[in-house]
Design a protein around this ligand. Structure first.
Ligand code: ATP
Length: 323
């Protein structure tokens, strides 16, 4: 291996820059050239590629987003698009690729790696935490902290006005941000795709509080067709209980931005170094994860199947703590 390519793909996540820095410096440390590919698979196909030296990744560990930019690329979903990507790697003399991204990006990496028998190692870069084989993904902890900060502020208004606030958070079809955000903010309930509440269940978990000692309630809802999002949940409650003063807040993209927290910087640094090690060991078609403090290599096929459980213990915790 003489040259490693690196790209970020899909939604940006805080800590991606720390991962780019770690991959770059770990490769240079081993005497391997690094080529940075801009705008994900799109830039790979079109050839937006630049050699990186150690100073190219100076002062980026603290920055949110990704200096390599990111994109979604329909062309890469087609065999013709992937062939163009492969030809580009050959032309640029890139011998292995590190892909930092979420479920979709690693699905693409998996298809590509199998199709061309080309070494690709993935890093879990997504705020959603929905990749199996790692306790947490790069960006998740920062996003969770942002949610906690925002919901704490909403709580002030909720309790001043005796209101019920429905707060929508990101996570696509995964409930980690909503469930753990709810636990961390003392919210009354979380509506997540993994465990859908009916309006009756939902109301029984909050009406008790509103009638007796609590003067405000907050429900976190994961954005998802399955949950119906915050508007869907609010409409269900309003239909059935028109007397409630229900307000909706959609946190939106503030959840993706900001300087990465220490945990994201540290796991991104560790995973970035391990990605280079994995390539040198001859690994391919794997995602680097951290489980119980240990670095693990998880085959893409297992990482991306959407089967990472939110954990019954955390669901129970919310139920116990919100009485
Ligand atoms: P996030 O979870 O933060 O949204 P993601 O990596 O899941 O990030 P996606 O938009 O799902 O983001 O995927 C990013 C890109 O990966 C797509 O635009 C596409 O180019 C590629 N991709 C996704 N799925 C496949 C697939 N099955 N085959 C080939 N390429 C794919």
């Amino acid at each position: 291996i003489n040259c490693i390519g690196i790209l970020t793909s899909g939604g940006d996540a805080p800590g991606m820059n720390a991962a780019i820095r770690a991959v770059t410096r770990a490769a240079l440390y081993e005497g391997i050239k690094v080529k940075a590919i801009y705008r994900g698979y799109k830039g790979l196909i079109s050839g937006e590629i630049k050699e990186f030296h150690t100073e190219d990744v100076s002062n980026i560990i603290l920055r949110g987003g990704t200096i390599l930019k990111t994109a979604r690329c329909q062309e890469f979903v087609t065999p013709e698009g992937r062939k163009m990507a492969y030809d580009r790697l050959v032309e640029e003399e890139i011998d292995a690729l590190v892909v930092i991204g979420g479920d979709g990006s690693l699905s693409g990496a998996s298809v590509f790696s199998n199709e061309f028998n080309y070494p690709v190692v993935g890093l879990p870069g997504t705020i959603d935490n929905d990749l199996y084989g790692t306790d947490i993904t790069i960006g998740y902890t920062t996003a969770l902290n942002t949610i906690v900060d925002a919901v704490d502020k909403i709580r002030d208004t909720a309790s001043s006005h005796d209101r019920l606030f429905i707060v929508e958070v990101m996570g696509r079809d995964a409930g980690f941000l909503a469930l753990n955000g709810a636990i961390a903010t003392g919210a009354e309930a979380a509506v997540i795709p993994e465990c859908k509440y009916g309006p009756d269940q939902l109301m029984s978990s909050i009406s008790h509080g509103l009638r007796s000692t609590k003067n405000s309630s907050i429900i976190l809802v994961a954005e998802s067709e399955i949950t119906g999002g915050a508007m869907g949940v609010a409409n269900l409650i309003k239909d059935r209980y028109p007397d409630y003063d229900v307000r909706v807040t959609i946190l939106g993209h503030i959840q993706r931005g900001g300087s990465p927290c220490a945990t994201d910087r540290i796991i991104a640094s560790q995973m970035g170094i391990e990605a280079v090690r994995a390539i040198l060991e001859g690994q391919r078609n794997v995602m680097v994860g951290i489980m119980n403090g240990e670095v693990v290599y998880v085959p893409f096929d297992r990482a991306i199947k959407g089967n990472k459980p939110v954990g019954d213990n955390m669901l129970n915790a919310l139920a116990i703590l919100s009485i």
